[in-house]
Design a protein around this ligand. Structure first.
Ligand code: GDP
Ligand code: MG
Ligand code: ZN
Length: 310
């Protein structure tokens, strides 16, 4: 029996890298038990599997899966109860953003962070295209970085063009499995190519026309870094953002609200209209940024959606 990690899945075939670095094309035979989720795909990128070479063949059969420490799922279709597993065993979620060229809104960033919180995955915010910013941009950038750092999200600026802080980004990715997200055009592929030139990803592509409300059947892929890191490239940010954030627990996905909500008068406070709300008080006192609170309200009212929030 061999053991390895699924680095690509295309439906019926799985590419698995074994502990010696060798790649295997594997099929699934028999049933793999799942932890209480009904899923259209039992095994996903990032899963650790036990497999066996087929007699007289170069291919292999997956026999078992090791326990997952987390997984990213979305509904298989809009109305179905079944889930589609995007990736498993993610150590951190990295969102690449640009405050301009193109602009990434804080609404988008905050939805990403809240989603990662819901999956219990730590986040890192990377502001790219530092070389393009003027004094006004830089003032805004510093304000955002300072706030996000203060509430516990590591964030820093990089430039693929000048190489600024690329070593720092590389260090963050070493020996970890990172989910990488961000709008089209922010420089994800350019940054990955600088970190691992052999990957030779296409850059400067025009963003795909996306089908609103329709899930595409594309699969995540894992890129291996020579220093031991792994990058999970999802086919667009959309999958990650489609996670249904529950309104009942949304405030818990905002660390600066989470730490204050026990002081609200009502245990079930929504932090919107209730009296003696510790969250609203902190907003009034400037301890919680009003733009973070606005993004929270937009998510609560459903005005924030993945489609219009960019
Ligand atoms: N000036 C500048 N341009 C960048 C930087 N990073 C990426 N770009 C450019 O931004 C465009 C989109 O980059 P790409 O990597 O394809 O973005 P992706 O869609 O996120 O993968 C390309 O034309 C890149 O050359 C940067 O740090 N500074
Ligand atoms: Mg790209
Ligand atoms: Zn409250």
């Amino acid at each position: 029996m061999l053991q390895g990690i699924v680095i690509k899945s295309t439906g019926s075939w799985y590419t698995v890298q074994d502990e010696n670095g060798k790649f295997w094309e594997c099929r699934l035979r028999g049933k793999i038990r799942l932890e209480g989720i009904r899923s259209t795909n039992p095994i996903a990128v990032g899963d650790n599997v036990v497999f066996e070479q087929e007699a007289g063949k170069e291919t292999a059969v997956i026999k078992n899966m090791l326990p997952r420490h987390n997984l990213i799922v979305r509904k298989a279709t809009r109305l179905s109860k079944a889930s589609h597993i995007i990736a498993a065993n993610i150590d951190q979620a990295i969102v690449i953003v640009t405050i301009d060229f193109p602009r990434t809104s804080t609404g988008f960033i905050d939805r990403f962070l809240a989603t990662a919180e819901a999956y219990h995955i730590p986040s890192l915010i990377v502001f790219n295209k530092y070389d393009l910013y003027d004094a006004t941009h830089l003032g805004y950038l510093n304000k955002l970085m300072h706030y996000y750092n203060a509430i516990g999200y590591e964030s820093f600026a990089v430039s693929a063009a000048t190489g600024y802080n690329l070593e720092k980004l590389k260090t963050c990715m070493t020996d970890r499995t990172s989910l990488l997200s961000g709008h089209s055009g922010v420089g994800k592929s350019t940054l990955i190519n600088l970190i691992e030139p052999s990957l030779n990803l296409k850059t400067g592509e025009i963003s795909h026309i996306h089908n609103k409300g329709k899930h595409t059947t594309t699969f995540a892929e894992m890129h291996l870094l020579s220093d031991g890191g792994r990058i999970v490239d999802t086919p667009g940010i959309k999958e990650f953002g489609l996670y249904d954030l529950e309104k009942e627990t949304l405030a818990q996905r905002f660390p600066e609200m989470r730490e204050r909500m026990s002081e609200c008068r009502y245990a079930n406070c929504t932090h919107i209209h209730e009296p003696d709300c510790a969250v609203k008080k902190a907003v009034d006192e400037g301890k919680i940024a009003s733009w973070r609170y606005t993004n929270y309200l937009n998510m609560m009212s459903g005005q924030d959606t993945n489609e219009n929030n960019n």
